[in-house]
Design a protein around this ligand. Structure first.
Ligand SMILES: Nc1nc2c(c(=O)[nH]1)N[C@H]1C(S)=C(S)[C@@H](COP(=O)(O)O)O[C@H]1N2
Ligand SMILES: [Mo]
Length: 320
C-alpha cells in the first residue's frame, strides 16, 4: 500500500460534525428523517447543496453505546480520500470513478459455505435483518492515517445467526464484486482479484463487527464500498472489504488478498498494534486526517477492553 504525503491531504471544506447534527435535527423537524429511503430528494430548495445532492438518506438510525464521542472526520474527507484499488491505487481515484461506474442496485449477496441455511439475499433484505444503528468508530489504516466515521449498519452477527453456521465453520470470508466493467481498476493486476478478506468466526460474531450500509446518515457512497462493506474497528482498515457480493463460511483459515500480495507485510489478523511494526514503517503513531501533529496509535485501536480476550495467549508478533 502507498503512503500519502500530508501535503496531499486537502483540508476539508464542508460538513463538520456540528453542521451534520444540526442539519439532522432540521430534517427531523421537517419530517424528512424516519421515512426510510428517499427523503433527501425532497424539497431541494430548502436543503443545502450537499444534502440535496445526497439522494438517499436513511431513516430511523438508532444511536449506539459503542460510538466514540471524538470529533468526526468531515464528510468531504471520508468520501474523497479513499482506498479502493478496484478504482486505482490513488486516494482520489475512487471518488472520481466509483460514482460513475459502480451500480450498487440491484445487488445480491450470497451467504454460503459451511452453514445450515445458505441463501442469496437482496441488499434491501439485509438492511431489514436488524434495526440500523449509527456506529461512530475510529478507523486506522495500516498506512498510518486514521479517521472517525459515523457509519450506519447492522451487527454482522445478525446475518450470521440467520445462516446457522455448522460446527465445522471457523472462518468467514468477505468477497468483493469482480466486474472490470464496473470496476475499471480490475482491468489491471494491481491486486489478485476479487478482493478477499476474512475473519475468525468469533471475531465475526463480536458485537463491534459491523456490516455498514451507510455513513453520515445516508446510504454508502460508491467510493466507500456501496452497497455493503465490512467494518472491524480494532483492525487495520484493509480488513473492511467493500462492495461485498459473497460471504462464505469456511473450516480453514484462507489466504486473504493482502497476504497473497505481500505475505511478509500483511498478516491474517491485522489487529491495530503500535508495538508490531510494519516491515517498512513503525505503527506507533498515526495522522488523524485533518490534524497536523501525529497522535499515538492505541492497542486494538482503543477497543482493547472489548476485544483483547479474543487474542489471549497468542504471540501477537507471530499472528500479526
Ligand atoms: N474491495 C476493497 N475493499 C477495501 C479496499 C480495497 O482496495 N478494495 N481497501 C481497504 C483499505 S486499505 C482501507 S483503509 C479501507 C478504506 O475505506 P474508506 O475508503 O471507506 O475509508 O477500505 C478497505 N477495503
Ligand atoms: Mo488501509
Amino acid at each position: 500500500m502507498l503512503i500519502k504525503k500530508p501535503s496531499d491531504i486537502k483540508p476539508s471544506e464542508i460538513t463538520d460534525e456540528t453542521l451534520y447534527y444540526s442539519r439532522r435535527q432540521f430534517l427531523a423537524r421537517a419530517g424528512l428523517l424516519g421515512a426510510g429511503l428517499g427523503a433527501g430528494a425532497l424539497l431541494p430548495g430548502l436543503l443545502s447543496p450537499e444534502v440535496a445532492a445526497a439522494t438517499t438518506r436513511l431513516g430511523n438510525i438508532r444511536k449506539s453505546a459503542y460510538s466514540t464521542t471524538e470529533k468526526l472526520t468531515p464528510f468531504k474527507d471520508v468520501t474523497t480520500y479513499n482506498n479502493f484499488y478496484e478504482f486505482g491505487s490513488s486516494k482520489e481515484g475512487p471518488s472520481k470513478l466509483a460514482p460513475r461506474y459502480l451500480k450498487p442496485r440491484p445487488w445480491t449477496v450470497s451467504v454460503e459455505g459451511e452453514v445450515r441455511r445458505p441463501r442469496v439475499y437482496d441488499i434491501d433484505q439485509i438492511m431489514k435483518l436488524a434495526p440500523l444503528e449509527e456506529r461512530i468508530y475510529r478507523m486506522r489504516c495500516v498506512e498510518g492515517w486514521s479517521m472517525v466515521i459515523p457509519w450506519a449498519g447492522l451487527p454482522l452477527n445478525a446475518l450470521i445467526r440467520q445462516a446457522e453456521p455448522l460446527g465445522s465453520a471457523r472462518y468467514v470470508a468477505f468477497i468483493t464484486l469482480q466486474d472490470p466493467a464496473q470496476m475499471p481498476g480490475q482491468q489491471r493486476e494491481l491486486l489478485p482479484w476479487p478482493y478477499f478478506e476474512a475473519l475468525r468466526l468469533d471475531e465475526a460474531m463480536h458485537p463491534l463487527t459491523l456490516l455498514a450500509v451507510g455513513l453520515y446518515g445516508q446510504i454508502l457512497p460508491n467510493q466507500n464500498g456501496a452497497p455493503l462493506r465490512l467494518v472491524v474497528p480494532w483492525k487495520y482498515g484493509f480488513k473492511g472489504a467493500k462492495s461485498i457480493v459473497r460471504i462464505r463460511f469456511l473450516s480453514r483459515q484462507p489466504a486473504t488478498t493482502w497476504m497473497r500480495a505481500a505475505p511478509e507485510e500483511y498478516g491474517f489478523y491485522a489487529n491495530v498494534n503500535p508495538e508490531v511494526s510494519h516491515k517498512r514503517w513503525s505503527q506507533k503513531r498515526e495522522r488523524r486526517i485533518g490534524e497536523f501533529r501525529k497522535r499515538p496509535t492505541l492497542m486494538y485501536n482503543g477497543y482493547g477492553e472489548q476485544v483483547a480476550h479474543l487474542y489471549r495467549g497468542m504471540d501477537l508478533n507471530k499472528y500479526f
